[in-house]
Write a protein that binds this ligand. Structure first.
Ligand SMILES: [Zn+2]
Length: 211
């Protein structure tokens, strides 16, 4: 066997190993992951930070952030070490540190949406590959990562098919039991105060990199 073949086989083995490490959380819960994928995306979600009401939330989606980034989530302010609950069932697919998010946890949930919890002060026990329920404590509110020194908060982000989605309408929406019978719901209860419609073209979206 030539050295080229040996190298190719080693590279192949290394790639297979990397794939297995990456897919471990999914493989460990394969049946449940398939079921999660087939579930419809959530129409509403509970607020993940203990003691915070939907009416306490502020929509900061798209607000300017450092390094020219846009805010891809919601910041939910609470005292340090307030428990953070999973908003969905799902599988913990990552748990670790990154420069921006600090201590983070990502849960793979219904419809394959990823739920990203960041700036934790400390993690709770669910490990990568573990199954979590709605309400499972994932960790505690802090200011880790690029939030260091700012008021303690949870940064909560939702990614659907690689695209970030605004969690705010889901968190502030009607509770789960109300959406089972949409036909019976009085129309007045739907929109307490409808926000002003965004006019097309009124905002400088075509302006490219303008902030
Ligand atoms: Zn944030």
């Amino acid at each position: 066997m030539s050295w080229r073949k040996v190298v190719l086989r080693l590279v192949g083995l290394a790639l297979l190993l990397l794939f297995l490490i990456w897919s471990y959380p999914y493989l460990k819960n394969l049946v449940r992951v398939v079921k999660l994928y087939r579930q419809p995306p959530p129409a509403s979600l509970p607020v993940p930070v203990e003691g915070v009401a939907p009416s306490d939330l502020t929509d900061t989606w798209g607000a300017a952030r450092s390094e020219g980034r846009r805010h891809e989530g919601i910041d939910i302010f609470a005292p340090r070490r307030t428990p953070i609950h999973s908003t969905t069932q799902g599988v913990v697919v990552s748990k670790g540190w990154n420069r921006l998010g600090g201590r983070t946890v990502t849960v793979f949930g219904p419809a394959g949406w990823r739920h990203y919890y960041a700036h934790l002060d400390e993690w709770e026990t669910p490990a990568v590959g573990d199954w979590v329920e709605v309400g499972t404590v994932l960790g505690y509110v802090g200011d880790s990562g690029n939030a260091q020194g700012t008021p303690t908060h949870l940064h909560y982000g939702i990614y659907a098919g690689g695209e970030a989605r605004n969690p705010y309408p889901l968190l502030a929406g009607p509770p789960h039991h109300e959406r089972a019978t949409p036909a019976q719901r009085p129309p007045a209860a739907r929109a307490p105060s409808s926000p002003p419609r965004r006019r097309r073209g009124a905002r400088g979206h075509s302006g490219g990199a303008s902030r």
